[in-house]
Design a protein around this ligand. Structure first.
Ligand code: PA5
Length: 423
């Protein structure tokens, strides 16, 4: 399903030298005995997820879709990036049908919040607040504002318009939701935020948007099964993990995830959180950065081609685009563009990709790894995301790092709380 092509990654080592180490850490991951094993519930989740809760998600999503113009999702980090990336990947940036899904709770920006409140006016709104801890400040600030908005708008049944996705038993949000009578969905104890898109965190917003979440789970489950192949040569997740380690050893300190469609930019944002928070600790890790080509070739292209040789690129190649468009012929040809008449824009994009890889690798000496997926379906998204989960965990274990905590994030919070006067 997924292919990892590392023939242009300029590796100076054979990936198979990592076979023993990969087999060892993969076993630890699958048996839940490695570092951070309390948070490895995501590993078998596609095969043993809570089917009752899944059906509840489908049911409430059907009800909401009948009566909703805006579905507001309030969450940050792993509590929104997965759903947003999935939605844009599968539906594009201007989807035609279904409620508008809007993400909030990921910023303190007064501009964003005020303008969003204006945008909600006169529309039928539902609110899904998502927070595992139930205390994340960005989310709590936005949630209070939108909760008050909903309570004013629907005085008799506000609680039917708010859904909370949080811990099953504890936390401020869980307590609040119980008191207010909101329907709640669970983020399992053993699944951390950035590994949670296959739980109700991702599934509810996606089901409301009309995405086939059964296919999404099927894709993740097939990945769960297929990516257990022991041999690196048969396992794209291991190939990607090992390439990252070899390139890091060659002195590459940054990895740029490159996408070629603006509606895949959020996949890169999600990926940055996954790899950044999982791997960037103990003074180790590769800096995850991203670019959307060809747009960013006109800003970053010069640096990549000829600047400091600090990075490698990982190109996400989606074979079949969500939609395609045929470039028109013009009888006058004043713009001299008729050489492309009748060609599909996806073909143009793919030629740009091929030319860019050639330029960066062969002239610029920038290693390129290509990750190829067949299409932008729910199944492929599910497969791709599980692939990244697994590759990331293996990559971290090869560095002897616990991928499932994020102690560094607490430092800014403490400083901020002091300044905000939080007791
Ligand atoms: O990966 C993680 O666990 C974090 O990045 C969280 O997703 C993020 O901080 C949001 O946390 P919460 O869901 O508790 O509000």
């Amino acid at each position: 399903m997924i292919k990892v092509d590392y023939s242009q990654a300029l590796l100076n080592e054979d990936v198979s030298v990592y076979q023993d180490s990969v087999s060892k850490v993969a076993k630890e991951l699958m048996e839940h005995t490695g570092k951070g094993s309390d948070y490895t519930g995501w590993v078998d989740w596609p095969d043993n997820y809570d089917h009752e809760e899944f059906q509840r998600v489908i049911k409430i999503a059907q009800r909401i879709r009948k009566d909703c113009e805006i579905f507001l999702v309030c969450g940050i980090g792993g509590s929104y990036l997965g759903a947003r990336s999935a939605l844009e990947f599968m539906k594009g940036l201007y989807p035609e049908l279904g409620p508008e899904i809007i993400f909030a709770g990921n910023t303190f920006s007064p501009v964003y919040l005020s303008q969003l409140l204006n945008h909600l006016e006169g529309k039928k709104v539902y609110l899904n607040v998502i927070s595992k801890s139930g205390t994340t400040t960005e989310t709590s600030v936005s949630f209070r504002i939108f909760q008050q908005y909903i309570e004013k708008k629907y005085p008799s049944d506000a609680n039917k318009h708010i859904i909370a996705t949080t811990d099953k038993a504890k936390g401020t949000l869980k307590e609040l939701a119980t008191k207010k009578g909101y329907e709640t969905f669970v983020i399992p104890d053993n699944i951390g935020g950035r590994y949670s898109v296959f739980t109700s965190v991702g599934l509810l917003p996606l089901a409301v948007a009309g995405i086939d979440i059964e296919q999404l789970m099927k894709g993740s489950c097939d990945a769960y099964k297929e990516l257990q192949a022991d041999k690196i040569e048969n396992n794209p997740a291991y190939q990607y993990a090992v390439c990252r380690r070899i390139l890091a050893k060659q002195g590459k300190v940054a990895e740029m995830l490159v996408t070629y469609e603006p509606n895949q930019t959020m996949i890169a944002e999600w990926w940055k959180q996954l790899f950044g928070e999982s791997e960037g600790k103990e003074g180790k890790g590769i800096l995850p950065v991203s670019a959307t080509f060809t747009t960013d070739l006109h800003s970053l292209g010069q640096f990549i081609q000829e600047g400091t040789k600090l990075l490698f690129e990982t190109v996400l190649k989606v074979d079949k685009p969500l939609v395609d468009y045929s470039f028109p012929k013009d009888e006058e040809n004043l713009d001299k563009m008729n050489y492309l008449a009748g060609k599909s824009l996806d073909w143009v994009n793919k030629m740009a990709m091929e030319g860019t890889i050639d330029a960066h690798v062969n002239t610029g000496k920038v290693p390129n790894v290509v990750i190829e997926v067949p299409d932008a379906s729910a199944y492929s998204y599910g497969y791709l995301i599980y692939f990244f989960f697994k590759a990331c965990a293996i990559s971290c274990y090869l560095l002897d790092i616990n991928p499932f905590n994020q102690p560094g994030v607490e430092v800014y919070k403490k400083k901020m709380f002091k300044l905000l006067g939080k007791e």
